[in-house]
Design a protein around this ligand. Structure first.
Ligand SMILES: Nc1ncnc2c1ncn2[C@@H]1O[C@H](COP(=O)(O)OP(=O)(O)OP(=O)(O)O)[C@@H](O)[C@H]1O
Ligand SMILES: [Mg+2]
Length: 269
């Protein structure tokens, strides 16, 4: 029996694997597009991984397979050792488009996952926390507003709160901050880091921003298009916790340049 513990390059034991993808491929039956080919990845507990690559290289497809929303054509995905065969309660997900229910106010939208999972009384109890989260993302005063009265960025911030309210152990994020201005985006990135650290959450983020990927991640999966596959997994060995002023350090600049170089060799982002 092999009882060896995986070690990192400094000899410290690696945390346990949360997600394991082996040889995952996806061909959409409708148009025979090969969206993913032979993707293998391991996400360890408490780690932050980003995926970056040109439009159409299969990032959202990968995330949807991990979330159990669509099946792979080939390969295997396990979460905490169990095959992923459908959606699960312990995964928090955020999509490219904010999907708030128009007939519910901001705060009602945020407690909705609790209501679905644990009932109305639990949702009422969670209102205090929903208010706190709204304040963190700068939406104090907008608790009772309906989504059509929010800007795109505000709606996205509200849907971030909706994802965080259940304190999921795994966060799957598909460009959650793309509608935010740069300053709010930096703030949300730091907030996301704080929440992940507090909850020892495992996060997987799709982004088009190299800077965002570098400041948040332990590892960046760089993808190549047609068919979508992994070009390289780049390790980011900046110390933690990360701070925004690290973005001006030479080390940060080197990693950004390296990734930009790889993407330039392929296609435009
Ligand atoms: N439901 C679907 N049916 C058929 N083809 C699809 C479907 N969803 C995506 N595709 C195709 O699969 C490929 C990968 O799409 P995907 O949405 O995963 O890309 P992406 O990397 O997330 O792109 P973007 O950066 O633009 O969001 C594309 O060629 C797309 O046309
Ligand atoms: Mg996408």
């Amino acid at each position: 029996m092999n009882t060896a513990v995986a070690l990192d390059k400094t000899g410290s034991p690696l945390s346990e694997p949360v997600y394991e993808l082996s040889n995952v491929s996806k061909t959409y039956a409708r148009n025979l597009v090969v969206a993913l080919e032979d993707v293998s990845l391991t996400l360890r507990k408490g780690s932050f991984t980003s995926v970056i690559g040109s439009s159409g290289c299969g990032k959202s497809t990968l995330l949807k397979i991990m979330a159990g929303l669509i099946p792979p054509s080939q390969g295997r995905v396990t979460l905490q050792g169990q095959p992923v065969t459908g959606t699960r309660r312990d995964i928090g997900m955020m999509f490219q488009q904010a999907t708030l229910f128009p007939w519910k106010t901001a705060v009602e939208n945020i407690v909705l996952p609790i209501e679905i999972r644990d009932g109305k009384a639990a949702a009422t109890k969670a209102l205090g926390k929903a208010h706190e989260l709204l304040e963190i993302v700068g939406l104090k005063g907008f608790e009772d507003v309906y989504p059509n009265e929010l800007s795109g960025g505000m709606a996205q911030r509200a849907s971030i709160c909706r994802m965080l309210i259940t304190e999921p152990a795994v966060l799957l994020l598909d460009e959650p901050f793309s509608a935010l201005d740069e300053l709010s985006r930096d703030m949300m990135n730091m907030e996301l880091q704080r929440i992940c650290r507090e909850q020892d959450a495992t996060a997987f983020l799709v982004t088009h921003s190299i800077q965002e990927a570098v400041i948040l991640s332990d590892e960046i999966v760089v993808m190549k298009p047609r068919p979508g596959r992994v070009a390289e997994v780049v390790k980011v060995d900046l110390p933690r916790p990360r701070t925004l002023d690290m973005m001006t350090t030479p080390k940060f600049g080197e990693i950004v340049d390296y990734i930009r170089g790889m993407l330039d060799k392929g296609e435009d982002l």
